[in-house]
Design a protein around this ligand. Structure first.
Ligand code: ADP
Ligand code: MG
Length: 600
C-alpha cells in the first residue's frame, strides 16, 4: 500500500519535473554535515564556559567594585575626554593627512618635498616627546602673534601658555602625529587606484580636483578604510599617552582612583571594558562605511550585519537560495537601436588635421612625421601591427599624450595651444581638460568607473564639465542608454554588466559630452567573440549618424563596411591611406598587402 503510494508520488514528481525543467522549487535543501566542525564547536563552548566560570567565580576580580565604578562620574568624564580627543585627533589628522597625501602625489616637487619632510619628522618623533614639547611651547615662545612679519603690524597676539592648554597641546600633538600616518595610509589608497581610471576621467575633461574627489578618493577608500580604522583604534588607545600632560582622560582617571583605593584589577577592568565598548562601536561604524564604499566593487554585495545575523539564526530553506547559483543563460544579445534618426548626438563639426606629428618615448620614435586629414563626419579606421603607434596617435588627438613636434587641430583650433595671431600659448592642464570635451574616447578596457552606476558614469562629466542640471543630464543619459540598448541597466554597476554591455555604456559615456570627434582604441579587443557584434552595431549606428569617428581595430570586415578612409601604420609612420576598396583590394604598398594577408 505504502509502496504503491510512494511510487505514484515519484511518478507525479517525475512528471512535473519534466514539465517545468529548470524549476528547482520542489527540491528541499539539506545542509551538509561537518562532524569536525561539530566537535570544534563543542570544544569552543567548553573553553568559553570554563573562562566565564573562572572570571565570574573568582572573587579577586572584584566585580562588585567594578560595578560601583563603571558608571561613576569621574570615569564617565574621563571617557568623554578620551572620545573627544580621539574624534578631534582623527578628524584633524585625516584632514591634514589628506592634504599631505595629495601634496605627496602632486606634480610640484616643492609640495612633494614639504610633504615628505613633514611625514619624515612626525613619524620619527615619539608621541610622548611631541606632547611634552608642545606643552612647553610657552618656554620657547612667550607669545604667539599673527601679523605681517618684519613690519611691526600685529593683528592678534596671545600668551602661549594661555593659548596652549594641556588639552590644546594634546589635540595638537595627536593631530600632528596622526596626520603623518594618515597621509601614508591615504597615499597607499591613491596608488591602488588603476591608472585607467585617471585616464578615463581626464579624457572626459573632469577638472583635477573633481578627478580626485569623485573618482580617485572614493575608489581609494576601499583600501584606505581598514588601515585607517586600525589607526583610529590605535589612536583611541594612544590617547592614554596624554596622561603625561596630567590630562585626566579615561586611563589617567582610572590610575588616580586605584592609587587611592588600591583596587587595581577591578578598575583596570573598568578601563578595559570601556575600551572594548569603544572598539565595538568603531567596528560597527567601519563595517557600514566599508559597505558604502564597496558599491560597485562586488557583483553581489554582502548583507548588512543585521541581515547576516538574521540569516544565521533563521537559515533560508526555500528554493530562493538555489536560484542564485543557477547558471546564467545568456540569450544572444541582439542590439536594437531604436528611436528616431534625430539622435542625441548632434555633430557640430569635427574636422581633425594632423600635421607632421612626431613623438618619442626615450630613444624610441613612436610617431614619425605623421600627417593626416580626417574630414567632418567621416569614419577613419587605423590598421597596423601591434606597437606601430596606433594608440599613441589616437591619444595625441585628445592630448592624453603630448607631441614633440607638429600640430593637431580640431576644426582649425590647435590642441594644447591657444593661438594668438602667429603666437601659440601652451595651455595649462586646466584648459586642456576643458578642450578635451570636444573629443570623446572609448578604451579597449572600457575604463568605466566601477563605483558608479551606468547612469552615474554618464552624468558625471556633463554635470561637472558642461554645467547642465542633474535632471537634464539624467534625461539625456537615459536617452543615450536606450540608444545603445541598455535602457533597463541604468542602475547596474559596471561589474554587473557583461563586457559588451560595459563597452556600450562606455560609448554612451563618451557621447554624453556631445563630442565633435570620437576615438575608439580597439573597442572590441577585450570582448568575447559573441559580444563583439553588439558593440560594432552601436559604432555602425554612430557612423551613420554623421559623427567623426577614428577607430583603431582589427575587425577587417567591419572596417571595410563602415570606413570612408583606411590608414595603415607601420613603425610610427603612415604607409598608406585610401578608401577601403582601394586599401583592401589594391594596396599600393607591399607591407600593407603582407599585413592584410596575415589578418584576413
Ligand atoms: P599600438 O597601439 O599600435 O599597438 P602603441 O601606440 O601603443 O602601439 O605603442 C607604440 C610603441 O610605443 C610601442 O613600441 C610601445 O612599447 C611604445 N610606447 C607606448 N607608450 C609608451 C610609454 N608611455 N613609454 C614608453 N614607450 C611607450
Ligand atoms: Mg594599441
Amino acid at each position: 500500500m505504502t509502496i504503491s503510494t510512494d511510487f505514484h508520488e515519484v511518478q507525479a514528481t517525475g512528471q512535473s519535473a519534466a514539465v517545468k525543467r529548470g524549476d528547482y522549487s520542489h527540491y528541499r535543501i539539506v545542509p551538509a554535515r561537518y562532524p569536525a566542525r561539530t566537535v570544534g564547536t563543542i570544544f569552543a563552548l567548553l573553553v568559553i564556559a570554563a573562562t566565564v566560570h573562572s572570571v565570574l567565580g573568582n572573587p579577586r576580580w572584584g566585580w562588585d567594585v567594578f560595578a560601583e565604578w563603571f558608571f561613576a562620574e569621574p570615569v564617565l568624564v574621563g571617557l568623554g575626554r578620551t572620545l573627544l580627543l580621539t574624534a578631534l585627533g582623527a578628524l584633524f589628522g585625516f584632514i591634514l593627512g589628506t592634504g599631505l597625501a595629495l601634496a605627496r602625489v602632486s606634480r610640484s616637487p616643492l609640495l612633494v618635498g614639504v610633504s615628505w619632510t613633514y611625514i619624515w619628522i612626525f613619524r620619527s618623533i615619539p608621541l610622548i616627546v611631541l606632547l611634552l614639547i608642545l606643552n612647553n611651547l610657552g618656554y620657547l615662545y612667550e607669545t604667539i602673534t599673527v601679523g605681517v612679519p618684519y613690519t611691526g603690524i600685529n593683528f592678534f597676539s596671545w600668551n602661549t601658555t594661555q593659548l596652549i592648554t594641556p588639552f590644546a597641546a594634546a589635540v595638537l600633538g595627536l593631530t600632528l602625529n596622526q596626520a603623518a600616518f594618515a597621509s601614508e595610509i591615504i597615499r597607499g589608497g591613491i596608488l591602488s587606484v588603476d591608472q585607467g581610471q585617471l585616464e578615463a576621467a581626464s579624457a572626459l575633461g573632469l577638472p583635477r580636483h573633481r578627478q580626485a574627489s569623485r573618482i580617485v578618493l572614493p575608489q581609494a577608500m576601499r583600501s584606505i578604510l581598514p588601515t585607517a580604522f586600525n589607526d583610529i583604534i590605535g589612536l583611541a588607545k594612544g590617547t592614554s599617552q596624554v596622561y603625561i600632560l596630567a590630562l585626566p582622560e579615561l586611563f589617567y582617571t582610572i590610575q588616580i582612583i586605584y592609587r587611592r583605593n588600591l583596587e587595581v584589577i577591578p578598575l583596570l577592568m573598568v578601563a578595559t571594558v570601556w575600551y572594548l565598548v569603544i572598539l565595538t562601536v568603531l567596528s560597527i561604524v567601519q563595517h557600514y562605511i566599508e559597505r558604502h564604499y564597496a558599491r560597485g566593487a562586488l557583483r553581489n554585495p554582502p548583507p548588512s550585519i543585521f541581515a547576516a545575523l538574521y540569516r544565521t539564526i533563521v537559515p533560508a530553506r526555500t528554493a530562493a537560495s538555489v536560484t542564485a547559483d543557477e547558471p546564467v543563460i545568456r540569450t544572444p544579445a541582439k542590439t536594437t537601436i531604436s528611436g528616431p534618426k534625430s539622435s542625441p548626438l548632434h555633430t557640430r563639426g569635427g574636422e581633425v588635421t594632423i600635421h607632421g606629428v612626431s613623438k618619442s618615448f626615450g630613444q624610441l620614435k613612436v610617431l614619425d612625421d605623421v600627417s593626416l586629414r580626417i574630414p567632418v563626419g567621416s569614419v577613419t579606421t587605423i590598421l597596423g601591427q601591434s606597437g606601430s603607434g596606433k594608440s599613441t596617435l589616437l591619444r595625441t588627438i585628445n592630448h592624453l599624450e603630448r607631441v614633440d613636434d607638429g600640430f593637431i587641430a580640431i576644426d582649425g583650433e590647435l590642441i594644447g595651444y591657444r593661438q594668438d595671431g602667429e603666437t601659440l600659448y601652451e595651455l595649462k592642464e586646466k584648459d586642456i581638460l576643458k578642450r578635451r570635451v570636444e573629443v570623446g574616447m572609448v578604451f579597449q578596457n572600457f575604463n568605466l568607473f566601477p563605483h558608479l552606476t551606468a547612469l552615474e558614469n554618464l552624468v558625471e562629466a556633463p554635470i561637472t564639465v558642461r554645467g547642465i542640471s542633474r535632471e537634464q543630464a539624467e534625461a539625456e543619459a537615459r536617452d543615450l542608454l536606450a540608444r545603445v540598448g541598455l535602457a533597463e541597466k541604468a542602475h547596474a554597476y559596471p561589474r554587473q554588466l557583461s563586457g559588451g554591455q560595459q563597452q556600450r555604456v562606455a560609448i554612451a559615456r563618451a557621447l554624453a559630452l556631445k563630442p565633435k570627434v570620437l576615438l575608439f582604441d580597439e573597442p572590441t579587443s577585450a570582448l568575447d567573440p559573441e559580444l563583439v557584434g553588439e558593440v560594432l552595431d552601436v559604432i555602425k549606428e554612430l557612423a551613420r549618424s554623421g559623427a567623426t569617428l577614428v577607430i583603431v581595430t582589427h575587425e577587417i570586415g567591419f572596417a571595410r563596411e563602415v570606413s570612408d578612409q583606411v590608414v595603415f601604420m607601420e613603425q610610427g609612420r603612415i604607409l598608406e591611406t585610401g578608401t577601403p576598396d582601394k586599401v583592401f583590394s589594391r594596396p599600393d604598398h607591399p607591407r600593407t598587402a603582407a599585413f592584410l594577408a596575415k589578418v584576413l
